[in-house]
Design a protein around this ligand. Structure first.
Ligand SMILES: [Zn+2]
Length: 448
């Protein structure tokens, strides 16, 4: 062994040190995902490709990238590789507590609403958009305590209600100030992508202050001032019908919870409400926003059969539903009811990116942030449930195997990117002697 190394070294010196030079050259790529089925609708790719990452960016997407060009190679054959998924309807919080939960000025200790932002990583999601958990008065706290600390990218729709959700003030017109709302969006334009209106006056009798369209009109006023879309959570009543809402919506505005029980999606004759196609033709966007009470198969299945599929998949994750729904479960439901896989990926990547005016997201284009989901498509008997406690029996299920955000491997619970423990380098077997010691890890690839 010693002899042969000496011979090689001597030879290298003789022929101009090519081996020494090779040994000192760092790999061209940090990470190489090899042999996966890439579905990247933004770039019209639906085929086997290798994906290389360098310094947190997508560096190459090609048919065959040699393994020796990367510092870390992960075999993802038989798996799907997609842009990191985008969930545009999420509710962030402090481990379950609402914003201001622990402060003396907390007005109402309502049920906790938001969940940890980084739970999204478990579903291949690399960008979430908080759907109005905070308003102008509570946004800074949400930003400093949650958004700035999350590993997943967090953007937000700002609630037209200054106090946001869960604080007991969602019915107060005094809290709905379009100018304050627009000024806050302008100040935090790098994070806030739109306005949210929700939960307004769904059953009480109308009165002088609470007129039918107050919340919707003020949200539109703020959005017009700030030049952003509105996301609508809405409950139709005789004085403010569903069809009237769709007519009020501006091109680019987003109707979330589209398959909720309160909307007349399917008419008495079994046909889809023509108002949906009319709105879509004007540029109105339809979003799933599944949630604990906003997805019924009785709406989704006939709509899909008649060719109507929501533009974007999303979860409405919060404390009331996080144990029954996730982004991959929402996507699996649409797979079960007959939407093609590549179409579902489109509606979970490039479509939501366009809806929030962030075209740099939801793509594996070279030079963009290396936000990547590695998904597994299992075939078999898988059943799904809706919010009306009814079941749909399907034959496929999507799950996330690995989630990469800006090149960092943040979710890999089955160790796709890890070495089998007995083959780990010596450092793994060391016992650290003090707290500041290097962790006894099998590799140095960034994972947090
Ligand atoms: Zn919601």
């Amino acid at each position: 062994m010693k002899t042969s190394l000496a011979v090689i070294t001597a030879l290298a010196i003789v022929i101009g040190s090519p081996l020494v030079t090779l040994a000192q050259t760092p790999p061209r790529y940090d990470l190489l995902l090899k042999g996966g089925h890439v579905i990247d609708p933004a770039n019209h790719i639906d085929d086997v490709r290798d994906v290389a990452v360098f310094q947190g960016k997508i560096a190459a997407v090609e048919r065959d990238i040699p393994a020796d060009q990367a510092g870390k190679v992960v075999d993802v054959s038989k798996l799907l590789v997609t842009p990191g998924l985008i969930d545009i309807h999420y509710h962030v919080g402090h481990g379950g507590a609402p914003l201001a939960w622990f402060t003396p000025e907390a007005r109402a200790h309502a049920l906790p609403l938001g969940i940890p932002a980084d739970m999204a990583l478990e579903s291949g999601v690399t960008t979430i958009v908080d759907a109005g958990t905070a308003g102008a008065e509570t946004f800074l706290q949400e930003k400093e305590e949650v958004i700035d600390r999350a590993k997943v990218r967090v953007l937000a729709f700002l609630n037209i209600v200054g106090n946001g959700m869960g604080g007991g003030l969602e019915q107060s017109l005094d809290e709905m100030d379009p100018k304050l709302c627009a000024a806050t969006i302008t100040k935090y334009r790098d994070i806030i992508v739109g306005v949210k209106t929700a939960h307004y006056w769904t059953k009480e009798p109308w009165d002088a202050e609470h007129v039918p369209w107050a919340a919707v009109d003020r949200a539109i006023e703020c959005a017009t001032l700030a030049n952003v879309p509105v996301m609508y959570d809405f409950w139709p009543r005789p004085e403010r019908t569903y069809e009237d809402l769709l007519k009020k919506m501006r091109p680019g505005d987003i109707h979330t919870h589209v398959f909720a029980q309160q909307f007349p999606i399917i008419l008495a004759d079994g046909k889809i409400n023509p108002a949906l196609a009319e709105a879509r033709a004007r540029g109105v966007i339809f979003d799933v926003g599944h949630g604990a009470g906003s997805f019924w198969f009785r709406n989704a299945v006939p709509a899909q059969k008649q060719g109507f599929i929501p533009d974007s998949m999303s979860t409405d994750l919060h404390t009331g539903d996080y144990n029954v729904v996730s982004m991959t479960i929402v996507m699996s439901k649409f797979l079960a009811i007959g939407v093609p896989l590549d179409d579902i990926i489109r509606r979970s990547t490039v479509n939501p990116a366009a809806e929030i005016h962030r075209p740099e997201l939801g793509t594996l284009a070279v030079g963009k942030d290396a936000d990547i989901a590695v998904l597994e498509l299992a075939k078999g008997h898988f059943s799904y449930i809706d919010c009306g406690v009814a079941r749909f029996d399907g034959n496929a299920k999507l799950t996330a195997r690995m989630t990469i955000r800006a090149g960092r491997i943040l979710y890999d619970p089955s160790g796709l990117s890890m070495v089998e423990w007995e083959k780990a380098r010596p450092q793994y077997f060391s016992t650290p002697d003090k707290g500041e010691s290097l962790p006894a890890r099998a590799d140095d690839y960034p994972r947090d």
